[in-house]
Design a protein around this ligand. Structure first.
Ligand code: PHE
Ligand code: ZN
Length: 877
């Protein structure tokens, strides 16, 4: 583990390397948890670099066995520490042979070469390759890799690396070898190796260029059937990238390996994606509809990286969003095409608001393209990924779909084989469109969620409708003064018949295709020919990641929720109504006052539930009240999670009481009779039925949920009913019995048991902490496994507002202790967990002080990793 040195890396310090590594030949010998790596680097001094420039290679905790220069053992002229290898005065061109001894069994950080369930695997992004050998471990050093793996046949029938397979054969005494060659130059972070005993699921795909590709998904023996959905998603992704972006695959094989110990979701290594098994394995008995949807999206995401990430990579890690934001945008579009576009957009915006908005509003705020970091692992954030995707979406909105595609084509043509920057990317869209995007580029450079404050007025006599719009960008750490941004505001003026009105003229801003382009602090936009009062529908499709203050009557919002012709806007209007009501009720709860719920809203919920013209998936989302954390974010200060919880309960009870009979009828009518399919239509019906079940269940009404649980024919219904029981009737006999039954059935299936951990971690109130502590002693819980840790500790700390933010601060104290313990093994996972405290400053004073103490106790702990130190210091700053 690297302990913190306080070093800060800055974008402005970027310098190309003095040396290049044209090719890299690696030989791995794997033997009972030990390994050696021989790496032969063909090094060249870059043109124009002075003779005698030292070569400095990165390392991280390396144990050097030997070093040769052009085949001769080196005894002097170099300096090696575990973290660096320096050649004082190397020749202009030479082969450097480095042998390192590795200890994969001892590697609990899951970065570099490690073992998961006995199988060897690697994880090199961002800086894991330097834990394997000394290298110029940075994304702008591209090299052609050949890899040879040697291991005992016993236990290692499968030996994989990047690129195309080469020779295989036997060696002495029961050993064998396999060779791989990747013709595409790549940065070290895309290197991968896997060796072990795994089952292979095979398929084939022929690209639009006529190239036959062997597809393989490697899973634990016995889990082959659970890989079918992932394989199908892979083939659909390959076809979609050809059809929508014109991009074909470029090797003879494409392999995916599922591993059970993995820090992130998955990794796009060239030709050899490595996945968290949670995002590969699925069947109806063990995975929920949400799991299927995630698998489809992540398989696509990693596959799409082949062009946006691998063929065109990042010049440096400040450009991370160049591959991540763009690839998220691509996987969102893929899912929208595979499923329901309107519903997908609502789900995306929900995620953006619940994960990225609080990041942007708190101490960890950073631009989509950061200017500085202490630990790059801490920048795989919602801002880089989700806001990064929104920025690409806005480029399409600003330029139009056709010009956007032309810009993408130009990007692929111009930068194939490059390590590129955001400036390179934007230049392609400027060149394809002839537009200047320098103001737009601020979306990459300025942190913080811009705010729009809008006022409307109408004069029926003159037929003038006016929008007064003002933008502001809040200060964020290190950026107190902000520049004005280019904000695309999609809108409609909805007439009494529900149709958009067509103004005869618009002045005050550039308006094209239903989008107002805001570029100044203030715009007064005048629409003429509007003789009846319109209901403005603003920020349609969430055309920009901004917050919006627009005074609109409840009647107008209800009108939009019922009649806007844009599905997303209907949801947005409803969401605003629910949020405002919840904020109002929370104030009453805090003041100890009685909470009376708006009856009109209760009726509207019933109406939407019953509206057969709306997709069931939409209705399910619409009936899911804003989360407790979302209300907390909107309130912004002096947050009392118990008051929010109480308010949400009152509203949800009122909706249930007001619509009970109708909900019950709908629930009964949604029962699935046909064969299970994980498609969007069926999943939508299951989702709506479970949402209704939530309303129909309470502490004293558990029979229906119990019956749902007992008769469930798939994991979506089983886990869904269990979640309803534990959330709405936690501690009841029915909930406890269901928990027990679930555990008895799935105790040997870790991925399913994770759901059981999460549901208990989510149980509201003070009971959660004791449960979490108790479950850490469950035989199925392993503190070294990231999925287990995230399912139990992560869910409790980030998704259970009342269970984590206990008024007595016991939650924070236990959390700090646990994060420190995890940090000793796995710094990346611990650092990510610690971000659960990022919004501590908006808590009410008593909790705030207790949260601060917990953070300080972490900051003062000895030997903190750079990862954890960086998060905790920034959170406290
Ligand atoms: N690059 C991976 C992705 O597709 C994420 C990742 C980052 C995985 C770092 C492992 C380590 O988004
Ligand atoms: Zn990615």
């Amino acid at each position: 583990m690297r302990t913190d040195t306080g070093q800060v890396f800055k974008l402005s310090d970027y310098q190309p390397t003095d040396y290049l590594i044209a090719s890299t030949h690696m030989t791995f010998r794997l033997e009972e948890g030990k390994a050696t790596c021989k790496a032969v680097l063909s090094v060249e001094r870059r043109d124009g670099v002075a003779e005698g420039a030292p070569l400095v290679l990165d390392g991280d905790g390396l144990d050097l066995a030997s070093l040769k220069l052009d085949g001769k053992l080196l005894n002097e002229g170099y300096e090696a520490t575990p973290d660096r290898l320096t050649l004082a005065n190397p020749p202009a061109r030479f082969d450097l042979e480095i042998v390192t001894r590795l200890d994969p069994d001892a590697n609990k950080a899951l970065s570099g070469l490690y073992r998961s369930s006995g199988n060897y695997c690697t994880q090199c992004e961002a800086e894991g390759f330097r834990r394997i050998t000394y290298f110029l471990d940075r994304p702008d050093v591209l090299s052609v890799y050949s890899v040879r793996i040697e291991a005992p046949k016993d236990g290692h029938p499968v030996m994989l690396s990047n690129g195309n397979p080469g020779e295989t054969g036997d060696l002495r005494e029961g050993w064998h070898f396999a060779e791989w060659h990747d013709p595409h130059p790549k940065p070290s972070y895309l290197f991968a190796l896997v060796a072990g005993d795994l089952a292979r699921v095979s398929d084939r795909f022929t690209t639009m260029e006529g190239r036959p590709v062997d597809l393989g998904i490697y899973v634990e023996h016995g889990k082959e059937d659970r890989a079918a959905y992932a394989m199908d998603a892979l083939k659909r992704s390959m076809r979609w990238d050809e059809e929508v972006f014109g991009r074909a695959y470029d090797l003879d094989v494409f392999n995916i390996v599922a591993v059970s110990d993995f820090n992130m979701g998955a990794m796009e290594n060239k030709g050899l994606n490595v996945f968290n098994d949670k995002y590969v394995l699925a069947d109806e008995a063990t995975a929920t509809d949400a799991d299927f949807a995630n698998i489809e999206a992540i398989i696509a995401h990693e596959y799409f990286h082949n062009w946006t990430g691998n063929r065109i990579t990042c010049r440096d890690w400040f450009q991370l969003c160049l591959k991540e934001g763009l690839t998220v945008f691509r996987d969102h579009e893929f899912s929208a095409d595979m499923r329901s576009r309107g519903v997908k957009r609502i789900a995306e915006v929900r995620l953006l608001k619940s994960h990225q908005f609080p990041e942007d509003a708190g101490p960890l705020a950073h631009p989509v393209r950061p200017r500085a970091y202490r630990e790059i692992n801490n920048f795989y954030t919602a801002t880089v990924y989700e806001k990064g995707s929104e920025v690409v979406r806005m480029i399409r909105t600003v330029l139009g779909a056709e010009t956007f595609r032309a810009g993408m084509d130009l990007y692929f043509e111009r930068h194939d084989g490059d390590a590129a920057t955001i400036e390179d990317f934007l230049a392609c869209f400027e060149d394809a469109s002839g537009r200047n995007l320098s103001q737009f580029a601020l979306w990459y450079h300025q942190a913080g969620t811009p705010h729009l404050s809008i006022k409307a007025s109408h004069d029926a006599r003159t037929g003038q409708f006016v929008l007064d719009v003002e933008q502001s960008v809040p200060a964020t750490p290190g950026e107190s003064r902000k520049k004005l941004m280019h904000i695309p505001l999609a809108f409609g003026l909805v007439g009494p018949d529900g149709e958009d009105m067509a103004p005869t003229g618009i002045e005050g801003a550039e308006v094209r295709d239903g989008v107002i382009h805001l570029t100044k602090r203030k715009h007064t936009i005048r629409f003429s020919g509007i003789h009846e009062r319109p209901v403005p529908s603003l920020l349609r499709g969430f055309s920009a990641p901004v917050t919006l203050a627009f005074e609109q009557s409840e009647a107008d919002r209800m009108f939009l929720a019922r009649h806007d012709n844009d599905a997303f806007s209907r949801w947005q209007a409803l969401d605003r109504l629910f949020s405002d009501e919840l904020i109002r009720l929370t104030r009453l709860a805090r003041g100890g006052k009685a909470m009376a719920v708006d009856r009109q809203l209760v009726a509207l919920a019933g109406e939407i539930a019953a509206d057969g013209a709306l997709e069931p998936a939409y209705r399910s989302l619409a009936l899911t009240l804003p989360g407790e954390a979302d209300i907390a974010r909107e309130i912004g200060e002096d947050v009392d999670p118990d008051a929010i919880f109480a308010a949400r309960n009152v509203l949800s009870t009122a909706i249930a009481d007001g619509n009970g009979d109708g909900f019950r009828q709908l629930y009964d009518g949604l029962e699935e009779t046909g064969r299970f399919r994980p498609d969007a239509a069926q999943a939508g019906r299951r989702a709506l039925r479970l949402t209704l079940l939530g309303y129909l269940t309470g502490e004293a009404e558990t029979a229906l949920a119990k019956a749902h649980f007992d008769t469930a024919g798939n994991m979506t219904d089983l886990a869904g009913a269990l979640a309803v029981l534990t959330q709405k009737a936690g501690g009841s006999a029915a909930a406890e019995a269901a928990l027990e039954a679930f555990e008895a059935r799935f105790r040997d299936d870790p991925l399913v048991l994770d759901k059981w951990f999460s549901m208990q971690a989510m149980m509201p109130g003070d009971a959660a902490l004791a449960r979490v502590k108790g479950l850490m002693d469950h035989p199925g819980f392993q503190i070294a496994n990231p999925n287990r840790v995230r399912s139990l500790i992560g869910i409790w700390a980030s998704a259970n507002q009342t269970g984590f933010h206990r008024p007595d601060g016991e939650g924070y104290a236990f959390f700090a202790e646990t994060v420190l313990a995890i940090g000793k093994m796995n710094p990346q996972v611990a650092a990510r967990l610690a971000t659960a405290l990022r919004s501590w400053r908006s808590l009410e004073p008593k909790r705030r002080e207790k949260a601060r103490k917990a953070l300080v106790s972490m900051a003062n702990a000895p030997d903190l990793s750079t990862d954890l130190k960086d998060i905790v210091d920034r959170t406290l700053a």
